[in-house]
Design a protein around this ligand. Structure first.
Ligand code: SAM
Length: 256
């Protein structure tokens, strides 16, 4: 993922997602260091801001309009960290809100790093607070999301961040439909999508050949969510990132 919002604009009329090659993406990601710096394309300092923004967004989502902020939130039962990389979000957010966190990530060296770091109290990132999490990480699934089916009715939260650009539009719709089935049917449950957005002046998706991914526009995300039968129940722009980066938007989704 190129975090920098200034890639070349494609000149052909071919759909940007038609250039996605998932084998090329894996070659790229296997060449990247299994560190927070590797995950964040040379902007490791954004990790803390990102996790704080996600935590605030998720807490507000869970509290809704009615609950007093004094009532402590209960631990959720099961979360999935999708396209998890080295587990930055697992360790910095999800282990704090869920009893079990399953990890889906195609690059094994990243999940090896994630699992090795559990319970050591050490974290190779930029020093963000973590929960130790030994015993809380459940299944570690080395698959691309185009090939993963969440257990039906299994998850309170399916978190997707900075990885959905590796799926074509059709794969993303099919994947979101499977996620919809993967949400618990009673009690709290959401699909969360947090992704870069192509900037307004471009008004279209942008193909990035470095990691063979697309950066979608806000309008495209909304169209694909609708096609998947999902509605947006909360959304927010991430604040506090360096100006040269793409805008980043969080969406919480539920079945329509
Ligand atoms: C920019 S990193 C983000 C990692 C993590 N979500 C985070 O925010 O720290 C992108 C991740 O997507 C993973 N990835 C690549 N292809 C994927 C695919 N087809 N499905 C899911 N994840 C993929 C990469 O291996 C990498 O770990």
């Amino acid at each position: 993922m190129d975090m920098d919002a200034d890639p070349p604009i494609p000149t052909t009329s071919r759909a940007p997602d038609s250039y996605i090659n998932q084998d090329d993406a894996l070659v790229y990601w296997n060449s990247v260091d299994a560190t927070v710096n590797g995950m964040l394309g040379g902007y490791p300092q954004t990790s803390r801001i990102d996790l704080q923004g996600s935590s605030n967004f998720f807490t507000k989502l869970r509290r809704g309009k009615s609950q007093s902020s004094k009532t402590p939130l209960e631990q959720l039962s099961r979360a999935a960290d999708c396209g998890a990389g080295v587990g930055r979000i697992t360790k910095g957010l999800l282990l704090g809100v869920s009893k079990q966190v399953d990890v889906v990530e195609p690059v094994k060296k990243f999940t090896d790093e994630l699992v090795q770091g559990l319970g050591s109290g050490e974290w190779a990132g930029d020093g963000e607070e973590t929960n130790e999490g030994k015993g809380q990480v459940g299944e570690v699934i080395n698959l691309g999301l185009q090939d993963w089916t969440p257990e039906p009715g299994g998850y309170n939260v399916i978190w997707n961040q900075w990885c959905l650009g590796h799926l074509t539009d059709a794969q993303l719709v099919a994947y979101l439909q499977r996620c919809k089935e993967g949400l618990v049917r009673e009690g709290e449950s959401w699909i969360v999508v947090k992704e870069n957005q192509s900037t307004d002046w471009v008004k279209r998706d942008i193909y990035d050949e470095q990691d063979s991914s697309v950066t979608r526009s806000d309008a495209k995300f909304r169209k694909l969510f609708k096609e998947a039968g999902l509605k947006i129940v909360a959304e927010e722009l991430q604040k506090g990132f360096p100006r040269e980066l793409f805008p980043v938007r969080m969406y919480a989704l539920k079945p329509e």
